[in-house]
Design a protein. Structure first.
Lengths: 284, 287
């Protein structure tokens, strides 16, 4: 099994065989597509395609379960924001009234548009993170000639996130070992105590920063000066081979983007006015 | 020619009253293996950092005197250049990991040296043969056991084949088996390369068999710096300064003190065995 950012993936996963650049390209373009497409049914289709790809990649489906409550909560928040706080226009049609408050079709429709734009973007990000390790992301960034300093800083940011979680876990265990446990306590108490964790976490992070700087320094790395001018052989990138099928898939992804752009802005496809839900609900 | 020289060197960390190192004068020749011992807070790590350039570059404090490495004052080296020739392994392996996988960790230093891909691959192969960690290449360093982390840290510095290698308590977190393995690696480096090696250690059993000279630091001062056997002739001083020498050395020192042994104090178990057999044979032949 290969360890990825959000879990593990089988070694023979077909998606893992793709060059990281192709996976990154997929993420960038497919997560951008919903922004071009207002019609919710088309974004829903993108979501289904991405979910199918996640299954095809043989990602453990249990990883997605974590995101279901997130997706539901997000949907509720968006719906409430748009319907209760979304404002009013004289041409809005009242769909129903609840406790004297009118709910307009246009506000619900806009909430659906936003929701179905965000869902495939999140799914694409999850797909990318469940099929890529930190090293893959670095290789993808370096393959598009992003400077070493930027990719390295990004890699350290990724690592730092994991270290903060680990430190948090250690602090909690240390407190529990001294008989301090917040389980069973009221929520307000827990929130107050969680703020307390920030102080040692912050102190540890500062110390780690210093240690990390020393480690870089001790290994002869420098961001500036003579030492920084040495031409670095990119070993990580050399470990990934760009195959014919990578080129083919990358071309396919770019072609999809061009087709969507043409259909959207030249021929008026994917618009909200011609959207199925707009037509159907509009008729009723 | 001395490869490292301390000339009236003192260092005091900012906001600390007592200096961490005080008036240090010593020189180390190329190819020497130096063991540095002393109780906690005696200045051992500060000494290592002063050679490598971490002090004063990364630490604030008051510096006096000179530290010359390769004949040049440490502070005159352009940033990042000295460290490519002076490798340092920290006592805590966790703090020196800069990469996502063991492979990248080892290769990072080689990339900093400007080596080509072919050279990097060759060097990686070589160092993997030395530390026997090939199966861990793709693993993140932070998922390894303490001993494996320490070996990766060693490998990542050894791979750079610096002229000077400094190991600050390289076995502090290791069990006895892994500790032996680290010393075996140091022994191999000593035999096959002409690198100058400086090892800070509390566990002295194996160190004394490898070191050409030993340095005793106490309260920031260099109290003793001699060839290993002569060093341990000063047992009362060593014991007084809270250093725990190997049992074998203490045993033979006591025998020497009592007049029962007059030979060279053995440094290794094998030497001790041989010396003890000779002693017993002498005793039996007398009686």
């Amino acid at each position: 099994m290969h360890k990825t950012l959000l879990g593990y993936i089988p070694e023979d996963s077909p998606i893992y065989k793709l060059h990281p650049f192709v996976r990154l390209l997929f993420l960038l373009i497919v997560s951008f597509l919903p922004l071009l497409i207002p019609a919710p049914e088309w974004n829903f289709l993108i979501l289904i395609i991405v979910l199918v790809l996640i299954l095809y990649a043989r990602v453990n489906i249990r990883v997605l379960r974590i995101y279901v409550p997130v997706a539901i909560s997000m949907g509720i928040i968006i719906l409430i924001s748009y319907t209760l706080l979304g404002g009013y226009h004289p041409e809005y049609k009242v769909l129903f009234t609840l406790f004297g408050k009118p709910f307009y079709w246009e506000r619900i429709r806009d909430a659906l548009v936003v929701y179905f734009r965000i869902l495939p973007m999140i799914a694409t990000m999850v797909f990318f993170l469940t099929t890529s390790s930190e090293r893959d992301i670095i290789a993808a960034m370096r393959s598009i000639k992003i400077p070493f300093v930027v990719t390295y800083t990004f890699a350290m940011g990724l690592r730092a996130a994991g270290m903060v979680l680990e430190d948090f876990s250690i602090i909690r265990q240390a407190e529990q070992a001294r008989g301090f446990d917040i389980s069973g306590k009221p929520l307000t108490y827990k929130i107050r105590k969680y703020v307390m964790y920030m102080i040692p976490l912050f102190a540890i992070s500062l110390r780690r920063t210093e240690e990390f700087t020393n480690a870089l320094f001790a290994r002869g790395f420098s961001f500036t000066g003579e030492a920084s001018k040495v031409k670095r052989a990119d070993y990580i990138l050399s470990c990934y081979q760009f195959h014919f099928y990578d080129g083919l898939i990358a071309t396919l992804i770019i072609t999809c983007l061009i087709i969507v752009l043409l259909l959207r802005y030249k021929f008026g496809y994917f618009s909200l006015e011609k959207s199925l839900i707009n037509v159907w609900f509009g008729q009723h | 020619m001395a490869i490292i020289e301390f000339k009236n060197y003192s260092w005091r960390y900012l906001n600390v009253e007592t200096p961490a190192l005080s008036n240090i004068n010593l020189s180390i020749e190329q190819g020497e293996f130096i063991g540095v011992i002393g109780p906690n807070g005696s200045g051992k790590t500060t000494l290592c950092y002063s050679i490598n350039g971490l002090i004063p570059d990364q630490y604030n404090g008051i510096r006096r005197g000179e530290v010359l490495v390769f004949g040049k004052e440490v502070t005159t080296y352009p940033k990042g250049t000295l460290q490519r020739r002076v490798g340092l392994v920290f006592s805590d392996p966790e703090v020196q990991f800069t990469s996502m996988t063991v492979e990248d960790e080892i290769v990072f230093g080689l990339e900093n040296l400007g080596m080509s891909l072919a050279e990097i691959r060759e060097r990686l192969e070589w160092v993997m043969g030395l530390v026997h960690l090939k199966s861990l290449l793709k693993k993140p360093p932070y998922e390894l056991s303490g001993g494996q982390k320490q070996q990766v840290a060693l490998a990542s510095v050894i791979a750079m084949t610096p002229d000077i290698m400094i190991f600050d308590e390289p076995t502090s977190m290791l069990d006895p088996i892994n500790r032996m393995s680290v010393f075996n690696i140091l022994e191999e480096i000593r035999k096959k390369h002409n690198s100058t090696v400086i090892v800070v250690e509390h566990s002295l059993e194996k160190l004394v068999t490898l070191a050409d000279r030993m340095l005793l630091l106490y309260n920031g001062q260099a109290l003793l710096f001699e060839e290993t056997r002569a060093f341990f002739q000063n047992m009362p001083l060593i014991l007084e300064k809270n250093v725990d020498p190997p049992g074998i050395l203490r045993f033979f020192y006591e025998l020497t003190r009592l007049g029962d042994f007059s030979g060279q104090i053995p440094l290794s178990l094998e030497e001790a065995e041989s010396a003890f057999r000779d002693l017993v044979r002498q005793r039996f032949s007398k009686s």
